[in-house]
Design a protein around this ligand. Structure first.
Ligand code: DAH
Length: 343
């Protein structure tokens, strides 16, 4: 071993000790600069080579490069170790654990009622229906009078209706039917329109009753409208809702604003032989409807001698419950995220 080699060994040992003692990235960088930098120790070893006797130059170059390689490897290893240490201490201290996935970002979503409403609006728009809106705080006239619901009719019972205080008789609308009359006042027959929206009833709540729920009113005014047109339109509507043809049946139903009035039942889309949705009957009561009463057409400024129409009142809340198997109407407006996040 030459004195050269001894010097190199001592130098390498000192450098390795310094690198091994570097306790943070700055200390490690300083050691790297000192030994491997442009004017560092290894660089000066290499710089001395041209002044050596030619016979020694090869060995000296080799030795210097070997030291360079060893030091570089030691620095890389130390840097990796410092990094895992930093992660580890962050994890244990008050810092954060960079290896964990980021916190979940909760995204909002559309309420199931909104989803079904929009779907039906698309369906009706594709069949040429106007999509209308009406006030939730409604005049007594539109909610009752113009719909042929006289002052002594039981539907006006204060049990069912929220009346507003004030000089003008205002109510929270108990159904979407008042939009029928508003539509007749605004649109020239023939026309078709639907009006989705919130309605309110003053009643005690349980799994199938809620003070606030959603309906979608439908109205078609044209010449010579018959019950056949009504049934045809309802079948198209139900096929759109359930994605397949469903059998329907009509039972007589009484509503002051239609004559004749019906309860339309649909063959249960969820079973063949009876299930909990149809209460084992294979029929579900879905759509009250009928031919528009002449008095209502007249209230809307339309001549019942010339025009006729049909109307229907789709229970949107009920439809959403049927579609998603929701067993309690009170979930719908509860705002409970555990419920809402399922849609
Ligand atoms: N408005 C009625 C209700 O809320 C439902 C209804 C029945 C609407 C018959 C209609 C209809 O358009 O023709 O109970």
């Amino acid at each position: 071993m030459s004195t050269h080699d001894l010097n190199h060994e001592a130098l390498a040992a000192e450098a390795l000790a310094r690198i091994g003692a570097a306790n943070n990235a700055e200390a490690l960088h300083a050691a790297e600069r000192e030994f491997l930098g442009k004017s560092g120790v290894v660089a000066s070893l290499l710089a001395q080579i041209p002044s050596l006797p030619p016979a020694d130059r090869g060995a000296a170059g080799k030795a210097a490069n070997q030291i360079k390689g060893r030091l570089q490897a030691a620095i890389d290893e130390r840097a990796a170790w410092l990094e895992t240490q930093a992660i580890e201490s962050d994890r244990q201290g008050l810092g954060f654990d960079p290896t964990l996935p980021p916190p979940r970002i909760d995204m909002g979503g559309l309420h199931p009622i909104t989803q079904v409403t929009r779907e039906l609006e698309d369906l009706f728009a594709s069949m040429g229906y106007h999509i209308l809106d009406g006030p939730e705080v409604e005049r007594d006239y539109y909610n009752f009078e113009a719909l042929n619901i006289p002052a002594d009719h039981p539907a006006r019972d204060s049990q069912d209706t929220f009346y507003c205080k004030g000089d003008h008789p205002l109510v929270l609308r108990t159904h979407t039917s008042p939009v029928q009359v508003r539509a007749m006042e605004r649109l020239k027959p023939p026309f078709r329109a639907v009006a989705p929206g919130k309605v309110f009833r003053q009643e005690s709540t349980d799994a199938s009753h809620e003070h606030t729920f959603h309906q979608m009113e439908g109205l078609v005014v044209a010449k010579d409208v018959s019950v056949g047109h009504l049934i045809g339109a309802m079948k198209t509507l139900l096929a759109g809702i359930f994605g397949k043809q469903v059998e329907v049946r009509l039972r007589p139903g009484y509503f002051p604003f239609v004559e004749p009035g019906f309860e339309l039942d649909a063959r249960c889309p969820f079973c063949q032989t009876g299930c909990s949705v149809c209460k084992r009957s294979t029929w579900i009561e879905l759509l009250p409807c009928g031919l528009v009463h002449p008095a209502v057409l007249r209230a809307g400024g339309i001549d019942p001698e010339e025009w006729s129409g049909f109307a229907f009142g789709l229970g949107l809340s009920r439809l959403v419950m049927l579609r998603y198997g929701i067993d309690d109407v009170r979930h719908l407006l509860s705002g409970d995220l555990r419920f809402l996040e399922q849609f």
